[in-house]
Ligand binder design. Structure first.
Ligand code: FGO
Length: 423
């Protein structure tokens, strides 16, 4: 063969190899693993793509390898998180529940109202080594009903290039944050704090200003702290330093203007990094004082097991849950996604320690997780956070409604809902 034919030959081999590798997508591998399995344990999730979905699938591939083709876990995306809980509620009605699903704490409270979840003790799943803060969140009436799996924490994202241009340092307090955002926005003639006018973003400001959603066991949405948090955001828009992002994720809106800051989930990191045409920085959240960072909202979900599922599937699910919260699995998953490893043992895994050194973002999420708050685990909270409080925030930020009136209205709507008057 002459050189050219040789090169052509090599090219053909490389192309074929490429095709073969391309077919080895985790999704396809799982299909193969489940092909002849007698037991298929479905895991319904709310990841739609990117690093989180891929990392989950990679974990499943590794787990399935240990089952030798007899049984398998099959992850099924049901859309986003809210689509997921809607589909699960529909599955309750139709009777076709999966064995496993992702669930927020308030989803768990709802599912528990119909006694739909198995306690971890019944499955022989122990949560030894799991961050107690996350364990507490899945504990209802003294029983643990799920394992924390993909738990995120809000962090501060910033544009290092822009900060450099204005000789600004990373703000450590709310006052510094507002002053810096104002300074840069004036220079850029455009608002540089990107935020989604929703309950997640609001919760960072609310918690950091000292707010609490539950007061003496009662849900309060219109407290003075809530008003202060909402007014601060509304003022930011009025003063030209805060830009509301009303559709899509912040990382899909970088083109909307100069991005300076956001206060967003750590799990967004891989998406931000991919979309950013600037030097992306991350830090712990600005605090009320300089003494400690602000409080980040814990989001992301837990894995739960449904009582009504097939017994053989439950056994596979139990083994998968044990695997999913192991220090190694959490280290691999956390490094890939910037979710906070739920197992404290992951911290000593060389994968994590090396990664923290090389990728400060991951270390920031782990540090910020020490300053964390949860939204209330009320069974009606999902509806409240999107359709009542979330709506009120949008009314104020987008339609310029009066903050006090909007929160008072939200409080009334929530009370009516909780009292069963509007269901
Ligand atoms: C999301 C949602 C809830 C509840 C909070 C609840 C329901 C919030 C917030 C509403 O896993 P997290 O931290 O982050 C998600 C992850 C996987 O999709 O990556 C984030 N992501 C994805 C694509 C992208 O381009 N950029 C990006 O950042 C994604 O947000 O969860 C945070 C966002 C929201 O979904 O709009 O949790 N949330 N509490 N959802 N249903 N119920 O009680």
């Amino acid at each position: 063969m002459n050189t050219r034919a040789n090169i052509r030959g090599v090219t053909v081999v490389l192309v074929l190899l490429g095709l073969a590798l391309a077919q080895q997508k985790p999704e396809d591998l799982i299909k193969g693993q489940c092909e002849k399995a007698a037991v298929v344990a479905e895991l319904w999730h709310g990841f739609t793509g990117g690093a989180p979905k891929a990392a989950l699938e990679n974990l499943v591939v590794e787990f399935n390898k240990t089952l030798g083709g007899q049984a398998c876990v099959r992850p099924i995306s049901q859309g986003n998180y809210r689509d997921l809980s809607t589909k699960i509620k529909a599955a309750f009605a139709s009777g076709k529940v999966p064995v496993m699903a992702q669930a927020f704490e308030n989803n768990m409270a709802l599912y528990l109202e119909s006694d739909a979840l198995l306690p971890m003790s019944a499955l022989g799943v122990e949560l030894k080594g799991v961050n107690p803060l996350f364990v507490k969140a899945v504990t209802f009436k003294g029983q643990v009903y799920g394992v924390p799996f993909n738990k995120s924490i809000q962090i501060l994202y910033y544009n290092r290039d822009l900060l450099k241009k204005y000789g600004a340092k990373v703000p450590a307090t709310i006052d510094e944050f507002v002053a810096t955002a104002k300074q840069i926005s004036q220079g850029e003639k455009a608002p540089v704090y990107f935020f989604q006018p929703d309950t997640s973003t609001f919760s960072y400001w609310f918690f950091t200003l000292g707010g609490n959603y539950l007061q003496d066991g009662k849900l309060v949405l219109n407290s003075p702290k809530a008003l202060q948090a909402l007014e601060l955001l509304a003022q930011g828009v009025k003063d030209g330093w805060a830009r509301p992002i009303t559709s899509g994720f912040i990382n899909t809106n970088f083109g909307a203007g100069p991005f300076g800051f956001s206060t967003d989930t750590s799990a967004g990191y891989s998406f931000y990094l991919q979309a950013a045409k600037f030097d992306l920085g991350v830090a712990t959240l600005p605090g009320r004082t300089g003494k400690q960072p602000g409080f980040g909202l814990v989001q992301g979900t837990n894995l739960v097991v449904f009582r009504r599922a097939d017994e053989k599937e439950k056994k596979v699910a139990a083994d998968f849950l044990k695997f999913a919260i192991s220090p190694k699995a959490q280290a691999v998953f956390g490094v890939a996604t910037n979710y906070v490893p739920v197992n404290l043992g992951s911290g000593v895994d060389p994968l994590v320690t090396r990664y923290v050194k090389e990728n400060p973002a991951f270390g920031v999420a782990i540090t910020q997780a020490r300053y964390a708050k949860f939204e209330p685990a009320l069974s009606d909270w999902e509806q409240i956070r999107f359709d009542i409080l979330g709506q009120a925030i949008k009314e104020v930020i987008v339609n310029k409604a009066d903050p006090k009136a909007a929160l008072d209205k939200a409080q009334k709507q929530a009370e009516d809902l909780l009292a069963g008057r509007t269901r």
